[in-house]
Structure formats: structure tokens, C-alpha cells
Design a protein around this ligand. Structure first.
Ligand SMILES: *Cc1c(COP(=O)(O)O)cnc(C)c1O
Length: 422
């Protein structure tokens, strides 16, 4: 029996309406930027499996580091115990994170990193003797699917059944070149009427919103204003982290530094579920007390999993290796040339790129998960390119190791969309 048929018997897939969805693709093998299905068809992984496999699938540097780790120390709980992989990873992260970050808290996935960040912020104020109960977040942000993270997320199609059970969140639009004065007015009102604990944001690029870019200067001004009001700023770099926007972190392009950062996805090169919530010393110090419960009583069983830490250490080494740096710059240049080429096309509403992210908003009407979007998804698959259109936005975020021929094939598929879709 084929895998797609066996799948149907017992598996419930994420983000899927099983009544209408077509069968999933059964992937049996992966290498570099390529995936193969059970019928032997080859696909380019155009979004690096949700922005994780940036150094390519089955990268031998990473798998070797993981193999070595699992033969020496597989797993041990992390409460009351420490180990070299976690220590070494914390040291490597300190070398590349913004200079104000000082402490590393380990979790096991993106949503739990955000959840820990929100709890950290709320308890920070609590420990300082203040009850602050409101979060500030951007419209159309995405921060994950657990309750705290979901509360901060502004994509309504995910949240409707849970609206009554969410944390208190006030929203502001993302800054563009023209709306900053308006945002600051709204922000002032929010700060005045509420007791705000934290501002949670995806810096510079909102991934799930359709690779929406925002203004660097505007974001800096918003962060500054929040920090003036002792509102902790949490940069969710789960998507943008580890080189996607051109710099190691999107926050590197800002003047103001976040108080807390969330990392996952490419952290472990797509090899292992692991995440980080980092923070400044000021926040860490607010949890020090003779009262036990002023500590941060939050844990996940698989926190700081040694095998994930080993993958992450190897990944960070690759991130700024000469070979990967050359590829990152080459992809950025190729994307810029492609945007120049297609931006005046009548079916292109907006074409943009930043780092290795390329996004095109099409002049085609469609729902986020509607039938035209599904046709578009299939259209790319038929051309051997796996991407996930977000409504009428198509985008690429290829692994850094993608070859010239493979990247050309992705661009050709984008060109074909402009020719074929009405
Ligand atoms: C993917 C993502 C998350 C959630 O991470 P999970 O590991 O899927 O829980 C949170 N924030 C951003 C910006 C993301 O891209």
C-alpha cells in the first residue's frame, strides 16, 4: 500500500481541513535543497521546510555532530543538572546575539519559547511588585499556537474558536514609511489606558502574514517608546533568526535592542525541536530572591536536549563559515535581480526581497486557504518546486546551499505563474 493511503488511516495533519484537502505528499528522502516523494519525483524545498533546513537536508556536518553526541550522552533532564552541549551552545549564542542578551532559557519549540518569554515578562513585573496584564502586538503577527503565543498572534483565521480564552492584547499596525505618527498616537493611548507588560513582535519581517516587511526606523521608535514605559520588548526571531534577513538576526539591523529574544526553527538546522528564550541580565536579576517562588518555575521535559544542542552548535559554526556566507550573499543578489526583472509585471502587485527572503504579492484574488491558493500550490509542485503560497503571496526562502540550477528552476516557476494565472 502506498504511504499516502496508509497515512489516511490514523493521521490527523496540522493546518488541514481533512474533508477537502488532497492527499499529502509522502516524502521518503531528502538531501541538500531537494526532497523526493514515494513515486521518485524530485522537489526543491523552496522554503527550507518552514525556514529550518538552512544548511540543507541531511547535512553531514550536522548529522555527524548529532551522532557523536547521542553516542556519548543521549538525554538527561535539565533541572538541577547541566551538560557541555548546553553550556557550549549558550557560549556560541552569546558571541552572535545582540550585546545586551546575557541569559539563555531552553525550551523545545517555537511556541514554547514565546510562551516562556510572555511568562518571563509577566513575572518580571510581578516580582518587581507591579501587576501588568496587557501585551502589545502587531496586527497580523504570528507567534505560535499555544495559548499565550496564540493570544499575541493576530491572524484571525486561526483564532476564532478561542477568542474568549485569550490573554489581553492591544494591537498596533506594522510601521511603514508613512504611518509612524499615527502608530505612535495609538501606542500612546494604549500605554495610557492599560498596564502593559510586554511588546511582542516579529522584527522586520512577518512570516505567516505573507512575508510582510516593515520599516526599520519605525520599529526602532516603537521599541524605544515601549522601553521608556518599562514595557519589555520581545523579539520573536523564530523565523528571522540565523541569517534569513541578511544579518545573523533581524535585531542586528535595529539601533534599539530587545529585552527578550525567541529563537527556534533554523537554530538546530532543522534537525531537532529545540528553542531558546534569551534575556538581559536585568530581567534575570529580577528573579533572584530568597523566596523560592520568585524564581522562574517553568520547564519542559526536553529542555536543552543534548542532541539538539549539538546540532545547534554545528549549525552556528556553518552560519558564518566562508562557504555559507558566499551563498547567502549570492542568493540575496539573485533575488534582487529577479525582483527588478518582474516588479513591473501587471500581475505583480508588490515584489520585494530581504536577505534570502523573496516575496511577491500577486494581483490575483484568493483566500488564505481557498481553492485558487491550492491550485497555485499544485502548480508549483507540478514544476518540482515545493512552496506554500500564503493567500496571494508567493515566496521563496531557500536553504543557503541551494544550487544555481535549483534557484533558477524556482524563478522559472514564478515566471510561469505570472504567465498562466489570471
Ligand atoms: C514558526 C513560528 C513560531 C512557532 O514555532 P513552532 O515551533 O511552530 O511552535 C512562532 N513565531 C514565529 C515568528 C514563527 O515563524
Amino acid at each position: 500500500m502506498k504511504l499516502t493511503q496508509r497515512d489516511k488511516a490514523h493521521i490527523w495533519h496540522p493546518l488541514t481541513q481533512h474533508k477537502t484537502a488532497s492527499a499529502p505528499l509522502a516524502i521518503v528522502k531528502a538531501k541538500g535543497a531537494l526532497l523526493w516523494d514515494e513515486d521518485g519525483n524530485e522537489y526543491i524545498d523552496g522554503i527550507a521546510s518552514w525556514y529550518t533546513s538552512m544548511y540543507g537536508h541531511c547535512n553531514e556536518v550536522i548529522t555527524a555532530a548529532m551522532t557523536k553526541q547521542m553516542q556519548g550522552l543521549d538525554f538527561v533532564m535539565f533541572s538541577g543538572i547541566t551538560h557541555l552541549p548546553a553550556i557550549e551552545l549558550s557560549e556560541r549564542l552569546m558571541e552572535i546575539l545582540p550585546s545586551n542578551q546575557a541569559k539563555i532559557f531552553f525550551n523545545d519549540n517555537g511556541s514554547t519559547a514565546v510562551e516562556a518569554a510572555i511568562k518571563m515578562a509577566l513575572q518580571y513585573h510581578f516580582n518587581c511588585g507591579e501587576k501588568r496584564d496587557t501585551l502589545i502586538a502587531f496586527e497580523d503577527g504570528f507567534h505560535g499556537d499555544t495559548f499565550g503565543a496564540m493570544s499575541a498572534s493576530g491572524i484571525a483565521s486561526y483564532n476564532a474558536p478561542f477568542e474568549d480564552f485569550l490573554l489581553k492584547v492591544e494591537r498596533i499596525p506594522v510601521p511603514t514609511a508613512s504611518n509612524l505618527a499615527e502608530i505612535l498616537k495609538t501606542l500612546d493611548q494604549i500605554l495610557e489606558k492599560n498596564s502593559c507588560a510586554a511588546f511582542l513582535f516579529e522584527p522586520l519581517v512577518q512570516g505567516a502574514a505573507g512575508m510582510k516587511f516593515h520599516d526599520v526606523i519605525g520599529l526602532d521608535v516603537i521599541i524605544k517608546k515601549c522601553q521608556e514605559h518599562k514595557v519589555l520588548c520581545i523579539a520573536d526571531e523564530i523565523m528571522t533568526g540565523f541569517g534569513k534577513t541578511g544579518t545573523n538576526f533581524a535585531s542586528d539591523q535595529l539601533t534599539e535592542q530587545p529585552d527578550i529574544m525567541c529563537l527556534s526553527k533554523a537554530l538546530t538546522a532543522g534537525m531537532f525541536p529545540l528553542s531558546i528564550t534569551s534575556c538581559t541580565l536585568k530581567i534575570y536579576d529580577a528573579f533572584l530572591s530568597d523566596e523560592v517562588h520568585k524564581g522562574f518555575f517553568h520547564a519542559h521535559t526536553f529542555s536543552a536536549h543534548p542532541i539538539g544542542c549539538a546540532a545547534a552548535i554545528a549549525g552556528i559554526e556553518l552560519l558564518n563559515s566562508p562557504e555559507i556566507l558566499v551563498k547567502r550573499q549570492w542568493i540575496e543578489g539573485s533575488h534582487q535581480a529577479f525582483v527588478e526583472k518582474i516588479k513591473e509585471h501587471p500581475k505583480v502587485k508588490n515584489a520585494r526581497c530581504k536577505g534570502v527572503i523573496l516575496a511577491i504579492d500577486l494581483n490575483i484574488e484568493m483566500d488564505r486557504y481557498g481553492s485558487v491558493r491550492d491550485k497555485l500550490y499544485q502548480f508549483f509542485l507540478d514544476r518540482g518546486v515545493l512552496v506554500r503560497p500564503l493567500g496571494s503571496t508567493i515566496y521563496l526562502l531557500p536553504p543557503y546551499v541551494i544550487t544555481e540550477r535549483e534557484l533558477e528552476k524556482c524563478y522559472d516557476a514564478f515566471d510561469d505563474v505570472l504567465k498562466v494565472f489570471k
